[in-house]
Design a protein around this ligand. Structure first.
Ligand code: GRF
Length: 186
């Protein structure tokens, strides 16, 4: 039986969401930080903070063989919940099925709007006056699983993708830990 309160966080980059998930863990324990990019800046922070870290370069590997390697590490760490935090690799159907209902992701838009990439540019381009972020359950279809929580921010006249990204990121940092603390208890 997997214990949902044992959380693994998957990153590919700077890991600012990872940091807040670590710092605001109340009802869960972070048992592994894993990355498909050995050079991900977030890994250095995790190591400095004494967290168990695993990374393996996914470049050139077929999707499922990387995912099977990753899954074995998650099992070894005794993970029961997986939080994607800027993990920039699409998970295989095999992996999503293996961890069905146990994988969360943070996405920088108010889903179902703007699945996929370039969310801020698309929101500005569309003339939206409200943007935000969503935490959702990961399913086989990209950014389409059950939405567990959302936070809204205004989109202001003169916003650039950078200024909007910054505002949304602050909202992500407030939203993700609270949703995860809740999720591991259900
Ligand atoms: C965030 O904007 C998140 O919504 C998206 O990727 C970005 C990751 O940023 N999925 P960070 O690595 O957590 O700083």
């Amino acid at each position: 039986m997997r214990d949902p309160r044992r959380v693994a966080i998957l990153i590919s980059g700077r890991g600012s969401n990872m940091r807040v998930l670590v710092e605001q863990a109340q009802h869960y324990e972070v048992v592994l930080i894993a990355s498909n990019k050995p050079q991900a800046p977030g890994l250095a922070w995790a190591v400095e903070h004494g967290l168990p870290v695993w990374s393996h370069d996914s470049k050139g590997m077929d999707r499922e063989s990387f995912d099977r390697t990753l899954s074995a590490e998650l099992e070894k760490a005794g993970a029961g919940t997986i939080a994607l935090a800027g993990f920039m690799r699409i998970l295989s159907p095999w992996f999503v099925n293996e961890w069905q209902g146990r994988i969360l992701n943070i996405h920088p838009s108010l889903l179902p709007k703007y699945r996929g990439l370039d969310t801020h540019a698309r929101a500005i381009e569309a003339g939206d006056t409200v943007g935000g972020c969503s935490v959702h359950v990961v399913t086989e279809e990209l950014d389409a699983g059950e939405v567990l929580g959302q936070a809204e921010v205004p989109i202001l006249a003169g916003d650039t993708t950078a200024s909007l990204e910054q505002r949304v990121l602050a909202a992500e940092h407030a939203l993700y830990p609270s949703v995860l603390n809740e999720f591991v208890q259900r």
